[in-house]
Design a protein around this ligand. Structure first.
Ligand code: HPA
Length: 247
């Protein structure tokens, strides 16, 4: 069984270069994942791909069944998850197109099913989440970026908003005061759920746009985001091609 899974976000609903061998439908106690798990081979390594928003990119961030996605991956024997996400850049060092390997999270989401530890418990459980991402996996992603000449930001605080609307300029100001350097909508509860079931998990984020009120573009357009992501996801593929043999 493949030990590695890649969860693709906006702009990465398919993984170019992945030789698909089969698709597996997995049912979980928490409902259906975003789609069947795609088994394939990338650079000689067996792996699983899952499109977080569904293969037709139809599931908005607050409706994603994060528990089913993580449960399904764990259930079939995955140990490591590389999560790819399109985000907005808050910090001046994070312009559109740049890659970031965040090391911290601030969670602003609400009313998402965010834990496996709630029903039928014999005791209340609190997982440690001081460092939300796997340091080993982050280090390998950073190494892959360096070795392929990709200019990635090697840390960042990922603020996760509820969406699906983008933020106001004042909300981004507040997030910046909180310490967030990038903003997206899908980083939680995915990371916490992965920790709950003991998956090694880290994020490679692609800056799709300046966050609200940053840069000088005024309104944020979906066309601009899509154009930037086309280039940015090419960079993610380069990183992944290097990373996969290291795992
Ligand atoms: N905000 C939140 N999520 C996002 C953004 C943003 O600016 N860009 C891409 N995902």
């Amino acid at each position: 069984m493949p030990e590695l899974a890649i969860i693709g976000g906006t702009g990465l609903t398919a993984l170019t270069g992945l030789q698909i061998t089969r698709k597996e439908v997995v049912h979980t106690p928490y409902g259906e994942p975003s789609g069947p798990l795609t088994h394939g081979v990338l650079n000689g390594k067996e792996m699983i791909f899952l499109a977080r928003h569904g293969y037709g990119h139809t599931i908005p961030p607050h409706r994603i069944n994060y528990r089913a996605n993580i449960w399904a991956l764990k259930e079939i024997g995955v140990r490591r998850v590389v999560a790819v996400a399109a985000v907005g850049g808050i910090h001046a060092d994070l312009p559109p197109g740049r890659l970031v390997v965040p090391d911290q999270i601030i969670d602003y989401t609400w009313s998402r099913a965010a834990t496996f530890y709630e029903d039928g418990l014999t005791h209340v459980t609190h997982i440690d989440f001081t460092y939300p991402y796997s340091p080993e996996l982050r280090a390998l992603m950073i190494r892959s970026c360096r070795e392929t000449g990709l200019d990635a930001c090697e840390g960042g605080v990922y603020g996760i908003t509820q969406g699906p609307r983008l933020e106001t300029a004042a909300e981004i100001d507040r997030m910046e005061r909180d310490g967030c350097t990038l903003v997206g909508m899908t980083g939680m509860p995915e990371a916490a759920l992965a920790r709950e079931v003991g998956l090694e998990y880290a994020v490679c984020a692609v800056i799709a746009n300046w966050a609200a009120g940053r840069g000088d573009a005024g309104e944020i357009s979906m066309e601009e985001i899509e154009r930037t992501l086309a280039t940015g996801m090419g960079r993610v593929r380069t990183m992944l091609a290097r990373l996969v043999p290291l795992l």
